[in-house]
Design a protein around this ligand. Structure first.
Ligand SMILES: Cc1cc2nc3c(=O)[nH]c(=O)nc-3n(C[C@H](O)[C@H](O)[C@H](O)COP(=O)(O)O)c2cc1C
Length: 732
């Protein structure tokens, strides 16, 4: 844009408007005087010539505005219509010339931005705003708002002018333009800038020449950065404390592509330090492919244009994005690399200023080893001891901590997290931020965003995550942008920033892995297929309530879960072998599992006790059939078997449940068979109920034997030893 003198600027502003006013007055007086359409056509022609001159002059001095073109077009239209249809065009003009004028203004204001062109206010704003701000997003936003406000005023005036009265055609529209439009024009830019904490346009203009000088000196590319990391890590070196007076802010970089890292510039008390994390959500977060930032830093690409074209994204305080130009020695979107070799180790560098405002580096530390930050979310409603989710999660976390991860466990049952209310404000009014004020917004969501990995540890409820976890997952919605994108045939919402890795850990009551079918479909759709690809692992433990009854298997499962934790930190995945150990069946026959579980529930119901009490007191489920007895009794014999006993026990059952079965104890295992054994070491003839009472601890085995409630044949010492291992031991 050329620098213009005041007179020329006024003439350009006025442009074709005098012609418009003159024509309006002529048309009105001509209509009253009854002058014909011929003279109106002549006047329209001269006005057209006037507009053409305005356009030519504007082109020579600067650039014609949209109004120059639309008003010129308006006169061309009038002139041609009067030539072709003198009578009807004359009639229409005498009635609606004012409406036509407002319509012209509306067209010039409304349509250019709709078709991706600069808003009309740009033309004027550029004449008083410094060039440095023309392309910045706030300047664009201000202009867009002003343009549409003006378009609204013009449209309203056009509608009003359809009614033939001087009040509706002149007084009210001109009143709105003068009393609303012009003051709005004068005050709105500074009002908006102030709201964002930015200097007024006047202040920006005053500092602009200095800025440009600084930019000119600093832009000499003595040492161009070789990587985005070099460019960002050296920003503290060119930090200008003088420009950051009173500023406390964190500017984050989420760099993706061939370089993949996050870095945060912490600005506080006149210093700027580069860290690998931010305690809360950064005030400004820049998401950029590494190539884009490198090109900007090397001045091969304009930072502002790159932003405008969507080459990188920024969310949070956009005012900071603009301020970066001042904060970093005029190198808002680029940086001067002083010592490229020293930057390779990702140092934390602090820049301070002396009294004269010169920047010097006071401290360079090696950044501590990249520690994986893990947020482990447990949604079980049950507390420690009875919760199987808790048990599994604790082992997983132990493994992760052993491998060096920084893990925080959060029990969601202790948090106040409201349901998403579906207001979509996080997409529109407060992009990326939920309007609800609870533990999610204030504490957990920022932590979640900052994590490298989140663990969703949930009991399986109705074949998916439980409601507490679902609520949490729904509230992570602000990470998405509202737009729909398509990639490889799948539609998804783009993310505002990097989604943490996800591990799903779940336990359930049913014995088979197929119980997790619904959950695995859900989490794969959400975290793998649906554009995110962040699902690191799924760890499922079926039959979890039953685990404690199989102490040896439980130990192996929990050891494997700890191993999974180590693998996640080291390899970002869990190996197939480890998963197989975690998922191992608790029993070789799943139907046995069901028999035991059903007897357990029947026992709880019959005794009127809770599952917790049943588990705490290590009670034995009371069998109600021969099959259930054959499934449950081996648990009581387990300890007996592990002491090296080799024997065959046969039961001849009578009473409510009748039949014969036998148990073969050998090499520490117990095998069960229906029917009689060939050579049993001990045979017990007993009514079913009597033995069930003994087995569940309701009756004393010795007393019942003395009372001849059951009979034995064979090795009586076996009966004595078995008696010692039944009862409490039976449960192990
Ligand atoms: C409301 C409810 C729904 C459940 N739904 C299922 C289910 O669909 N499939 C399953 O195998 N277990 C289901 N269970 C059993 C739990 O997954 C199981 O008890 C788990 O161990 C509970 O986890 P926690 O011990 O950490 O609380 C359900 C339990 C409840 C209370």
């Amino acid at each position: 844009m050329k620098k213009l003198g005041k007179t020329r600027r006024i003439l350009l502003y006025a442009g074709p408007f005098p012609a418009l006013a003159f024509f309006k007055i002529w048309a009105a007086s001509g209509a009253e005087a009854g002058s014909g359409s011929g003279s109106l056509a002549v006047v329209a022609f001269f006005m057209l010539v006037f507009c053409a001159i305005v356009i030519v002059v504007a082109k020579r001095w600067d650039k014609p505005s949209y109004f120059d073109w639309t008003i010129g077009g308006y006169f061309a239209l009038i002139w041609l219509s009067l030539l072709v249809w003198p009578d009807s065009a004359g009639r229409v003009l005498s009635r609606y010339s004012v409406t036509g004028i407002y319509g012209c203004l509306f067209v010039a204001a409304f349509f250019p931005p709709v078709f991706g062109m600069e808003p009309f206010t740009f033309h004027y704003a550029k004449k008083y705003a410094p060039e440095a701000v023309w392309n910045n997003p706030v300047f664009l936003r201000i202009n867009r708002i002003m343009t549409y406000t003006w378009a609204g005023i013009f449209a309203f005036s056009a509608l009003l002018s359809l009614y033939p009265s001087v009040i509706t055609r002149a007084v009210v529209p001109i009143g709105i333009i003068l009393c609303v439009g012009l003051p709005f024009n004068l005050r709105f830019p500074d009002f908006y800038l102030k709201r964002l904490g930015l200097p007024s346009l006047k202040a920006q203009k005053e500092t602009a020449p200095e800025e440009n000088a600084a930019e000119r000196t600093l832009s000499q590319p003595e040492h161009l950065p070789e990587s985005a990391w070099q460019a960002i890590s050296s920003m503290p070196d060119v930090f200008r404390p003088g420009a950051a007076r009173g500023l406390e802010a964190v500017i984050g970089f989420d760099v993706s592509g061939s370089e993949n890292f996050k870095a945060y510039l912490h600005i506080q008390g006149g210093t700027c330090a580069l860290e690998d994390r931010s305690s809360g959500e950064p005030d400004l977060m820049i998401h950029t492919p590494s190539e884009v930032w490198l090109a900007i830093a090397r001045k091969e690409l304009s930072g502002q244009q790159a932003y405008m074209s969507g080459a990188y994204k920024a969310d949070g305080n956009l005012g900071l994005l603009i301020k970066m130009k001042d904060l970093f020695a005029g190198e808002a979107l680029s940086s001067k690399v002083e010592n490229s070799g020293a930057k390779e180790a990702m140092p934390s560098t602090t820049a301070k200023s002396d009294d004269a405002g010169n920047t010097f580096v006071t401290q360079t530390q090696e950044r501590k080893e990249n520690t994986m930050k893990v947020l482990a979310l447990n949604s079980s409603a049950r507390s420690k001891g009875e919760s199987k989710t808790d048990l599994m999660l604790n082992h997983l976390v132990n493994g992760m901590r052993e491998a060096g991860a920084d893990v925080e466990i959060v029990n969601l049952r202790e948090k106040n997290i409201n349901n998403c209310v579906g207001c979509f404000k996080c997409m529109t009014k407060t992009p990326g931020k939920c309007v609800l004020k609870d533990d999610m917004t204030l504490d957990l969501f920022p932590k979640w965003l900052e994590s490298d990995l989140v663990i969703y540890a949930t009991p399986l409820f109705h074949h998916t995550v439980n409601a507490t976890m679902k609520t949490f997952i729904e509230r992570t919605w602000p990470i998405c942008e509202p737009f729909l994108l398509e990639e490889e045939g799948r539609w998804f919402h783009p993310l505002r920033r990097k989604h943490p890795g996800v591990v799903v850990l779940s336990v359930c009551g049913f014995p088979e892995m197929s119980a997790f079918g619904g959950l695995t479909h859900y989490v794969n759709f959400l975290y793998k297929e649906h554009g995110k690809g962040v699902l690191w692992a799924e760890i499922y433990r079926p039959g979890a309530e039953f685990m404690a009854r199989k102490k040896d298997r439980q130990k192996d499962i929990l050891d494997a879960t700890t191993q999974a934790g180590r693998e996640l930190v080291l390899d970002h995945r869990v190996s197939a072998e480890t998963l197989a150990r975690i998922e191992q069946p608790l029993t070789n026959d799943v139907s046995d599992f069901a028999k035991i579980a059903n007897c357990m529930w029947k026992t709880c119901i019959a005794e009127g006790i809770t599952l917790t009490k049943f588990a705490d007191e290590v009670m034995i489920p009371r069998p109600d059939s021969m099959e259930a007895f054959m499934a449950i009794f081996p648990f009581g014999l387990k300890a007996f078997a592990t002491n090296g006993t080799k024997a065959i026990l046969q039961f001849n059952l009578s009473g409510d449940v009748q039949g014969t079965c036998h148990f073969q104890i050998e090499n520490g295992t117990v095998n069960t068979f229906q029917g009689p054994a060939e050579n049993p070491d001990l045979t017990i003839d007993t009514p079913f109920d009597v033995w069930m009472d003994i087995m569940t601890g309701k009756a004393d085995g010795q007393q019942m034997f003395m009372a001849q409630k059951y009979k034995v044949q064979g090795d009586l010492s076996l009966l004595m030893r078995m008696g010692q291992t039944l009862g409490n031991q039976a449960s192990s």
